[in-house]
Unconditional design. Sequence first.
Length: 223
Amino acid sequence: MITQSSTPVATRGAVTVPRVRTIVVLAVLSFAIFTASAQAHTGTATAACKSVTFHWTKFAASGSANNGLNTPTWTVVFTPTGGAAVTSGGQVSFAGSSFSLTVTIPGGNGSVIASSAWTSSQTRDHDANSFTKHLTISDCPVIVPGPPPPPPAPPASPAISTTASAGVTLGGDLEVTTGGNWTNGAASTLAPTNIVVTGGTFNCGSSTMNVAGNDLSDDHSFG
């Protein structure tokens, strides 16, 4: 009886041990797979002068959740040295496992907080995670523009004068327009048919002028 009763005990013990080992191995494998899946989606950010670049990697490239897209959101807070913070943000969309985005920020040195997040409804495999990077920009001096150049000087008003000596008679038509300046030579004699002065100056001086036609001039245009 002792021999018969000991055999089932040994048999049960021999059967029980491998079952326990199998369960333990399966549990370890399941935990490892779950951990790897939960840590697969990663992201980071880098900063340079006037820009911040996001990098999302190891996202799921398959799966029908979220219409087959990964759509994490992003935020950049740039605080220039001695200035007020400037915040920008948005959302990217990609079907593959990785994606990069470069965001333009104002020039100047300062600090940057770059963050991104994705919920279980924003990935193809229902993964959720986030990251935040604190960055410093120290090689981006602000160039202060100099004063604008002065406007060009207005052109000098042309001076037109006769050079006729005494006893010489000049005829024809005279017209002095805006900016013009006509001066008769001393002791000269002019006999124009018409004189038109519109915006300019006509100086007779010590000359003799006989107008045969019309005098079409502004007020105060003769000197």
